[in-house]
Write a protein that binds this ligand. Structure first.
Ligand code: NDP
Length: 299
């Protein structure tokens, strides 16, 4: 069997960001203001700071307004909820993202529930989860929507294909399964209690791995020609003399290349799609919030 095709998420995300930029310019021309994304960061978590910085840069580069709110780690829940409420009613803000994880004393579910579903560009609010479940339009979490874009770009119609999603989190696994189901795939969700995971994966034309365990999915688990989307981001222990270990996904990439039909690399696969889809959701929110039509299928 020949080498799997590499699904270049970085290149796809760059094109998506370009299309978002075009729509953001159209939005500004139609409404007289820029689309706006507010990002709230509580505390000093280094990884979260990196994410927030790159979201800010990408938002500005797409021609949108970025509002950053950095709050100290000991911020009270009441103060955080008050900020969310202020952003909910601010007409310059189309999307609100509260960077997770929050410090332990803050209730993440209560904070997410306080965000207006119409500004919930992360798609984590129960109203948006419910809309996805019943097939109404709302906001879909960025990572699974990005995976779906890569899959449909590669495979076109997914009707009747066997899809196995490994992982059942609210932010990746469950919405991913829902999107695949909506696209008429036959979907199995696997998790830590699944029996014979290799046997379940072997059936799959599409494998989405969202587990958080380095290189857990082995080449011999895969069906010949399967399309593999690797959501996992895991850092291996550093090699001797290095200060940082290598980043790997949940799939044994080198081995899988000899069996899969196509596979996303880590890094450079799903990761870059997440921010691009966040920008996409924000510009969609802007059109909806102003009551303007966004031409279907443009982004
Ligand atoms: P969670 O920890 O919330 O969920 C992990 C899931 O994997 C759970 O459903 C768990 O099952 C399942 N699982 C754990 N161990 C096994 C096992 N041995 N066999 C089968 N299933 C198992 O993680 P997330 O969904 O938040 O993230 C998953 C991965 O994706 C992480 O590596 C994360 O870093 C990455 N990620 C990447 C993003 C990106 O932009 N590329 C964005 C978001 C996440 P159970 O429910 O039974 O415990």
């Amino acid at each position: 069997m020949s080498e799997a095709q590499v699904i270049d998420g970085k290149a796809f995300a760059a094109k998506l960001r370009e299309r978002v930029g075009e729509q953001a310019a159209k939005f500004e021309a139609a409404s007289g203001r820029k689309a706006g994304l507010a990002v709230v960061l509580v505390g000093e978590d280094p990884a979260s700071q990196v994410y927030v910085r790159s979201k800010h840069k990408a938002t500005v580069a797409a021609g949108m307004e970025s509002f950053e709110h950095r709050l100290p780690a000991d911020t009270s829940e009441a103060d955080l909820l008050a900020l969310v409420e202020q952003l909910n009613v601010d007409p310059a803000v189309d999307g609100i993202l509260v960077q997770l994880p929050l410090p332990d004393h803050l209730d993440e579910q209560a904070v997410i529930a306080a965000i207006s579903p119409d500004k919930d560009v992360d798609g984590f609010h129960v109203t948006n989860a419910g809309r996805l479940a019943v097939g109404q339009s709302g906001f879909v979490p960025c990572t699974p929507l990005g995976c779906m874009m890569l899959l449909t770009d590669r495979l076109g119609d997914l009707s009747g294909l066997e899809a196995v999603v490994i992982g059942r989190s609210n932010i990746v696994g469950k919405p991913m399964a829902q999107l695949l189901l909506d696209a008429n795939a036959t979907v199995t969700i696997a998790h830590s209690r699944t029996k014979d995971l290799p046997g379940v994966v072997k059936r799959a034309d599409i494998v989405v791995a969202a587990v958080g365990r380095a290189e857990m999915v082995k080449a011999e688990w895969l069906k010949d020609g399967a399309t593999v989307i690797d959501v996992g981001i895991n850092r291996l222990p550093p090699a001797e003399g290095a200060d940082k270990g290598r980043l790997v996904g949940d799939v044994d990439y080198a081995g899988a290349q000899g069996v899969a039909g196509a596979i996303t690399p880590v890094p450079g696969g799903v990761g870059p799609m997440t921010i691009a889809v966040l920008l996409r959701n924000t510009v969609v929110a802007a059109f909806r919030n102003e009551g303007l039509d966004l031409p279907e299928g443009t982004i």
